[in-house]
Design a protein around this ligand. Structure first.
Ligand code: VG1
Ligand code: CO
Length: 544
């Protein structure tokens, strides 16, 4: 094995966003682009010699090419072992589990998650640390800084590795191990949930289900767990083959993109339970027979019922939600006297709280839920959690949701996304909102009086690190909120997200359509930010 040092010039746009570095495939294909970023990561880490690195991705276009490049660079940079998912595949939660289980130094996960894939679409890469979770901002800032001054990277002249055969081989100083991407994860799920009960509920026909893998990474995981282990009929998992372009779709589990599933779940023949996951397997959409569960409600319902699940039967240490996620889980925490934390958007902010044992469950409004079993959000885990609840409670999804609202009230919620807005317009919208903040408290709009208006700043309770500019919050006396923030995962222009919520305690008013129930606040949000006026658009691109 001969180590080669290649001269390179820096790119100035390698600043990771909410979840790693995401760019168009064509950007990643520029000479040295991927190599520069990977070397910047390796250069920023402390002593990687002889350490173990986990490597895998969601199977999108460029995954295999990137893996071969990274294998050679990892070998040249002195890593002692690489653990790689067969076929170059690992879902994000499975990669997190592998890092933890095999006590790896870290992992590189190749994914742009819910963004489309293919030669003209998106690719991404993120680094996870030894707890299995996404690198904190301290790390990602260091990677970016390094990328701005990099002058060379290291690689080797070894042959491409056969990614499809499970087993280990020693090449020079590095051991390369190809593992089955599913088995460790499937084993972990069986330690958390009551698989015996789930099997019975499925074989007896009490639970019927449909899972849409959206031609992305969760196909093999869902087939093994739901079909092979739990005995669901093979047709219960659709779009189960991971495709490099996700069949040309957005692998984003919401009613707009998972329309095949949505059509079945809102039809006369709907099964008891339906779900979908995203490109890299960390998101989940939960539906029942003619009902969609908002992710914020899902988090609250999981928290309220966690003691029914074997792994959480002793109770929760605490819960957390990202700032724009609705306050539904806060009500559960208040009732059961659990600590409840509000963090910025992005899973990396939950890591310290989970490591310190301050929280057991956490989630985001963007279809992400998870627990202390790994350090990433976990789509199939959420699916199994819901199936386990349905099996124990012997109630359909709609009854579980309505009972929850009855007990805690309903936080009516929606998110409006304006995608690919020209960056100068998006930045001026945020700037103008920022300037309005001091004048808003005390102002009244209809029945809504502004209680506070600020820009969310988070101080990590464990390491004291400060994260500023995490979204603009306008809170009202009656607990309603409007939140504005710019996405950190897009690759074209800027995406403005507007999050709106209102609390409805009256059970007679729980069965309302969210867009109707929130119409006043939706209009008020436009009045405050003028996104339609400034972009000439009439509707959001996506409503969730
Ligand atoms: C979005 C979501 C955020 C999530 C992130 C990564 O970020 O809003 O909640 O953690 O995607 O999810 P942003 O900055 O675009 O709003 V995933 O499934 O892309 O790894
Ligand atoms: Co994802």
């Amino acid at each position: 094995m001969q180590i080669e040092t290649i001269t390179t010039t820096p790119y100035n746009d390698q600043n990771p966003g909410t979840s790693g570095l995401r760019k168009k495939v064509k950007v990643f294909q520029q000479p040295g682009y991927l190599e520069n970023f990977v070397q910047s990561i390796f250069d920023s880490l402390e002593d990687i010699t002889h350490k173990t690195l986990v490597l895998g991705g969601d199977g999108r276009y460029f995954n295999r090419v990137a893996i071969q490049i990274i294998i050679k660079m990892a070998a040249a940079n002195g890593f002692g072992e690489l653990i790689i998912g067969q076929g170059g595949l690992l879902s994000t939660p499975a990669a997190s589990n592998i890092i933890r289980k095999y006590q790896a130094y870290g992992g590189l996960i190749l994914s742009a998650s819910h963004n489309p894939g293919g030669p003209d679409e998106d690719f991404g890469i993120k680094y996870n640390v030894s707890n299995g979770g996404p690198a904190s901002e301290t790390y990602t800032d260091a990677f970016y800084k390094r990328s701005l001054s990099i002058t060379e990277y290291k690689t080797t002249n070894i042959q491409d590795i056969d990614l499809d055969s499970v087993g280990s081989q020693q090449i020079g100083n590095i051991k390369i191990t190809i593992i089955d991407p599913v088995s460790d994860y499937a084993e972990l799920m069986q330690k958390i949930f009551d698989f015996k009960l789930l099997k019975q509920s499925i074989s007896s026909g009490y639970i019927t289900l449909l899972f849409d893998a959206m031609s992305a990474i969760t196909g093999p995981y869902a087939k093994r767990i739901l079909v092979d282990i739990l005995g669901a009929p093979p047709e219960s998992v659709i779009n189960a083959e991971p495709l490099e372009d996700f069949g040309g779709h957005h692998p984003d589990p919401n009613l707009a993109h998972a329309h095949e599933l949505a059509e079945v779940m809102f039809s006369e023949n709907a099964p008891v339970f339906g779900a979908a996951s995203d490109g890299d397997g960390d998101r989940n959409m939960i539906t029942g027979n003619n009902i969609f569960v908002t992710p914020s409600d899902s988090l609250a319902i999981l928290a309220a019922n966690a003691q029914l699940i074997p792994a959480y039967s002793k109770g929760l240490s605490g819960v957390a939600r990202s700032m724009p996620t609705s306050q539904a889980v806060d009500r559960v925490a208040a009732k059961y006297k659990l600590p409840c934390y509000e963090t910025p958007t992005g899973w990396k902010f939950f890591g310290n709280l989970l490591d310190a044992g301050k929280i057991t469950l956490c989630g985001e409004e963007s279809f992400g839920t998870g627990s202390d079993h790994v350090r990433e959000k976990d789509g199939l885990w959420a699916v199994l959690f819901w199936l386990n609840l349905i099996a124990v409670k012997r109630q359909p999804v709609a009854d579980i949701v309505h009972d929850h609202w009855q007990k805690f009230g309903r936080d009516i919620y929606c998110r409006h996304d304006y995608e690919a807005v020209e960056s100068p317009i998006a930045n001026s919208i945020v700037e103008d909102l920022r300037n309005q903040l001091p004048t808003l408290p005390g102002q009244t709009f209809g029945e809504y009086t502004v209680k506070f208006a600020d820009e969310f700043c988070y101080e990590d309770p464990i390491d004291g690190s400060i994260s500023k500019n995490q979204g603009i919050r306008i809170g009202f006396e009656n607990g309603s909120r409007i939140v504005f923030r710019l996405s950190g995962t897009g690759t074209v222009g800027a995406t403005l997200r507007i999050y709106i919520e209102r609390f409805e305690p009256d059970a007679d008013k729980h069965n309302q359509d969210a867009q109707v129930a929130l119409a006043f606040l939706i209009d008020l949000a436009e009045q405050l930010c003028e996104v339609k006026k400034r972009t000439g658009r009439t509707e959001p691109d996506v409503i969730t």
